[in-house]
Ligand binder design. Structure first.
Ligand SMILES: [Ca+2]
Ligand SMILES: [Ca+2]
Length: 223
């Protein structure tokens, strides 16, 4: 009883110090809802020089300012493609992330993007993307940019780019290719303030099309 009380007291003091002494909100771990993993997919037969070493460790907690939520949930999604091959764009922000095919949205082959309008400028701590997780796959030339306007002409910032050899022709990136899994890929957006988020890709290790199951954008409305 005493121990429980004191732990709480200490936690309270830490928060109080965070807010009081420095005038800033203490960070909290963001809560990311994860879909069930899929077991039994075909192992990946791919080696790329820019592929990161696979890890079976759980992702470390990601801290963000108190009050940070998934500001992409239910928001409008548009795309570079006139229409999808299957699935609807609104499924990318509907909160459903399971591996079955009915949760997957397929865009045509080639270099394609999807864009989320957050509705208002938001300070973005992290972006988490699930392209596909019913098998081991790598999506190529994935990049994420944020901007102030829907046309991506104002204050465009790149927060992720794993096109190390510029095969998409949009500029080289320094990030690694990775194997898709149920945790999705978390990208640290470092508090960039933006209303629009664009995610690019150009095919994958199974075919030349592009897929999304879900995109979460963890942020807080900018003051
Ligand atoms: Ca979804
Ligand atoms: Ca590339």
């Amino acid at each position: 009883m005493y121990r429980m009380f004191s732990a709480r007291l200490v936690a309270g003091l830490i928060v109080a110090v965070g807010v009081g002494a420095f005038g800033v909100q203490a960070d909290e771990e963001i809560k990311i809802e994860l879909p069930e993993p899929y077991y039994g997919g075909t192992p990946l037969d791919y080696f790329g020089s820019n592929l990161e070493e696979p890890t079976y460790k759980k992702r470390d907690p990601f801290m963000a300012p108190a009050g940070t939520t998934n500001v992409a949930k239910g928001k409008t999604v548009t795309s570079s493609a006139g229409s999808t091959n299957f699935g609807k764009l609104e499924q990318i922000t509907d909160g459903l992330k399971e591996y079955q095919e009915k949760y997957v949205v397929e865009l045509p082959k080639g270099h394609q993007w999807i864009q989320i309008d957050l509705g208002k400028p938001s300070a973005i701590s992290a972006i988490v993307v699930w392209h596909f997780h019913a098998a081991e796959r790598v999506y190529f030339d994935t990049a994420i940019k944020v901007a102030d306007d829907a046309e991506f002409t104002k204050n465009v910032r790149e927060v992720y780019n794993n096109d190390h050899d510029n095969s998409a022709g949009a500029g080289k990136g320094k990030d690694k290719e990775y194997i898709e899994k149920n945790e999705g890929r978390l990208v640290d957006a470092k508090g960039e303030v933006a209303q629009f988020v664009r995610l690019y890709s150009k095919g994958n290790t199974s075919d030349d099309t592009n897929h999304y199951v879900e995109v979460d954008v963890y942020g807080i409305a900018a003051k």
